[in-house]
Structures are given as structure tokens and as C-alpha cells.
Write a protein that binds this ligand. Structure first.
Ligand code: PLP
Length: 420
């Protein structure tokens, strides 16, 4: 199946009992066992099947199948949010004392997780400049268990050379994790050397700003028995000495998260949110095209505006990432752009206050156009140096360009600029 078709059909067929063509919503906490033997088999993992919605639910399962197909992976697990998915992926691969090497251009929430929270769990994250592959290679030590990048840095909007990063990670015997929140529908990192994709399904996967969700998707061919991942290869006392890699093979990452971290930490996706995200995915590729067209139109308008100092859009030829956008994203720059106001901080804040159609809020990936001034909001807690490495300056505004007619988006910006 081609990916556009998979996004509509994968993971769901007409309901056997009722004939319903669209997916029913399974709002249930638990599932009836046929008998005691089936119950015992499910708890020991010797029989597949539902036990409790913290572990599996038909709506999550169909979303997982659909996401795995879209990303070209072997298996997936969904979680209550993108942050939960990222946390589980990182915790699954590491033990206390282990390290991760990450690009420094991360979404602010991930940066705080890596910088402040993971050290409390005994994991250290070393940050390297997202464009400096030599620094990346030098930062990897015997203790490193993963390399972490965003497919399109949010809000720096730079695109890494996936294949070059993957080579460095694989030379060190460690997996390459890519956050594809912004890139879903534009790029399949698993086809360019990544081993695991994590994403916030809250954004472009859902597409309508209606539900939080996240996912971990694995490619399925990483050699986890190279001595660096004992949690996957050593006997698990929680399941009578089961060795996860031996038992689960190409779905070891997602299954291991499900039967250990999801069981114990419990940030499971609600069935209703899973359903909303599956619905959203049906139009992913249509939306991706229109978002990118609209964003390019708005970027070109901003570039020629006398009150705008600079524009950063990956889909323009002057973007520092244009080579990688051509190579990996089929030349499409996605829906997000940043721009700086000549009037600096005050002018940027004033634009936020004067837009009418465009919404001032902290999100991306909605059908509606959204704006935010990161320095005073999402990136407020970072030092000026940290802000700069994540692509934020005092004059920066981030626009998540929606699916409206671009004439209306531009008209709203024009009237907001005229009030400065
Ligand atoms: N990753 C990226 C790139 C994001 O932009 C976000 C949220 O904005 C997240 C992860 C976190 O996702 P969630 O808000 O679903 O927890």
C-alpha cells in the first residue's frame, strides 16, 4: 500500500459485528476473559489479547498500526502525549549511569526533560550543536546509548543530514532516535538511517488541535544484542525470566515499553484521543501539501515586508537547511516558519496582540494559523544563550501556518503590522 492509502486504511476495517465503516470508539477500561486459562495466558504474555486499557486498546492498536505504516516501521506504541513517548523511549534504552547525545536545537519541553529531569533519573544528556557532526562523534562515549535529533528543529527549523548522523550512531553501536513531530508526512526518518521515531501526535498527526497524544515507532532491525542493552537481552524477573529481545524481536522497543514502563508509569493514550488522531491521519498527506504551499506563500510575503527583518522557512532556497530539505523532505518546507520584526521584542509582542484571525497560543500543527513569541512564552525559562541555540531571539515570532486561504492569513498579518 502507498503511504497515502495506508494513512486511510491501515489498522482499521469495517466492524465485524455492526458493519460500521468508520472505527467505533472503545471506551472501556478492561476486557472480559473467556476463562481462567485465557486470563492467565494473557498475564504471562503467552497469549496475545487485551487485558486493560493501560496496556492495549483497539483504538490505540489501530492508531499504532497506522503510524507504523506511515513511518515505515515494524511496530509502535502510543502514549498520552509526545513528552510521555519521548520519556519512555529514552528510559527504555538507558539505565542509570548511561548517557545520550542530543542535538541542542530541541523543542523547549524536550530540552528541559533532557537538561533537568533525566539527570534526576540518573541519565545524562550531552548537547551538541545540531549542525556539528564532529562534535557529535566526539561526544559519544562508552556510556552513550542513543543519539537524539529532531527531524525539523522546533523552532530553529533546521533539518539534519539523517544519513550522516545515523552512520555516526551506528559506528558506535547505538540507535539514532528522531523526533518526527514536525516532519510526519514530509519525511520518513526510518528510511534514512533512524532506528526509532518518537513524536507528538498532538500536532500534524492529529492536525486539528483537538487531542494530546504521542508515539514511539521502531524500525525493527537494530542489533539490540550487542551488549549495550541488557534490559532487552537479560532475563526479566517481572515475566518469569523472559528475555525481551528474544521474545519480541523486531517489536522489542515498543513491546518492552508496553509491558514494563507503560504498565508501571501508566501514561496511556485515551481511546477517544487515539480515535481523533486516527481520523486526523486520514488527511495527513493532503494537509501536508496545503500547509507547505500556504507557508511558502506567507514566507514570501513576509520576506518582502518592510517591517520584517528576516524570515526562516526551510522551504526557501536561502534556508541553511535547503540541501537537506531537497534530499530528505522532497523540497517541502512544512508549515512552520519564524520571522523577526525590525522593531525587536516590542514589535513582535505587538503583532501577537493585534492578530484577529490568527490565534495567539502555544501549539503547532492545527488547521488554524497560530502565532507565538517564544522568548516571552515557550522559551521564557531558558537563558539567552540557551534560547539562541534553540533558534529563539528577542524579535522572533513563530507562525504555524494553517489551512485557511493564504490571502486571509496575509491580510491578518498586514493589519497587525499596520498597528505597530
Ligand atoms: N516534540 C516536539 C517537536 C514538540 O513540538 C512537542 C510539543 O510542542 C513535543 C515533542 C511534546 O509533545 P506533547 O505536547 O504532545 O507532549
Amino acid at each position: 500500500m502507498e503511504r497515502e492509502t495506508a494513512a486511510i486504511h491501515f489498522g482499521q476495517s469495517p466492524d465485524k459485528e455492526t458493519g460500521a465503516r468508520a472505527e467505533p470508539i472503545y471506551m472501556t477500561s478492561a476486557y472480559v476473559f473467556r476463562d481462567a486459562a485465557e486470563a492467565a495466558g494473557r498475564f504471562s504474555l503467552s497469549e496475545p489479547g487485551n487485558i486493560y486499557t493501560r496496556l492495549t486498546n483497539p483504538n490505540s492498536s489501530s492508531l499504532e498500526a497506522r503510524l507504523a505504516a506511515i513511518e515505515g516501521g515494524s511496530a509502535a506504541i502510543t502514549a498520552a502525549s509526545g513528552m510521555a513517548a519521548i520519556s519512555y523511549a529514552v528510559l527504555a534504552l538507558t539505565n542509570p549511569g548511561d548517557e545520550i547525545v542530543s542535538a541542542d536545537n530541541l523543542y523547549g519541553g524536550t530540552y528541559e526533560l533532557f537538561h533537568l529531569t533525566l539527570p534526576n533519573f540518573g541519565r545524562t544528556v550531552k548537547f551538541v550543536k545540531s549542525s556539528d557532526l564532529e562534535a557529535l562523534e566526539n561526544a559519544i562515549t562508552e556510556k552513550t546509548r542513543a543519539v537524539y535529533f529532531e527531524a525539523v528543529g522546533n523552532p530553529k527549523l533546521d533539518v539534519p543530514d539523517f544519513e550522516a548522523v545515523a552512520k555516526i550512531a551506528h559506528r558506535a553501536g547505538i540507535p539514532f532516535i528522531v523526533d518526527n513531530t514536525v516532519g510526519i508526512g514530509l519525511v520518513r526518518p526510518l528510511e534514512h538511517g533512524a532506528d526509532i521515531v518518537v513524536l507528538s501526535a498532538t500536532k500534524y498527526a492529529n492536525g486539528h488541535g483537538t487531542a494530546l497524544g504521542g508515539a514511539v515507532i521502531e524500525k525493527g532491525d537494530f542489533p539490540w544484542d550487542n551488549g549495550k542493552f541488557p534490559k532487552f537481552t537479560e532475563p526479566d524477573p517481572a515475566y518469569g525470566g523472559l528475555r525481551h529481545y528474544q521474545a519480541f524481536g523486531s517489536s522489542v522497543v515498543s513491546t518492552s515499553i508496553r509491558v514494563s514502563l507503560m504498565r508501571d508509569l501508566g501514561a496511556a493514550l485515551s481511546p477517544f484521543n487515539a480515535w481523533l488522531i486516527s481520523q486526523g491521519l486520514e488527511t495527513l498527506y493532503l494537509r501536508t501539501e496545503r500547509h507547505a504551499e500556504n507557508a511558502k506563500t506567507v514566507a514570501l510575503y513576509l520576506k518582502n515586508h518592510p517591517k520584517v527583518a528576516w524570515v526562516n522557512y526551510p522551504g526557501l532556497p536561502d534556508s541553511p537547511s535547503s540541501k537537506n530539505v531537497e534530499k530528505y523532505l522532497d523540497g517541502k518546507g512544512g508549515a512552520i516558519l519564524t520571522f523577526g520584526m525590525k522593531g525587536g521584542y516590542d514589535a513582535a509582542v505587538s503583532v501577537q496582540n493585534n492578530v484577529r484571525l490568527i490565534s495567539l497560543l502555544a501549539n503547532i500543527g492545527d488547521a488554524k494559523t497560530l502565532i507565538i513569541h517564544p522568548a516571552s512564552t515557550t522559551h521564557q525559562q531558558l537563558t539567552p544563550e540557551e534560547q539562541e541555540t534553540t533558534g529563539v531571539t528577542a524579535d522572533t515570532l513563530r507562525l504555524s501556518v494553517g489551512l485557511e486561504n493564504p490571502k486571509d492569513i496575509i491580510a491578518d498579518l498586514e493589519q497587525a503590522f499596520s498597528r505597530i
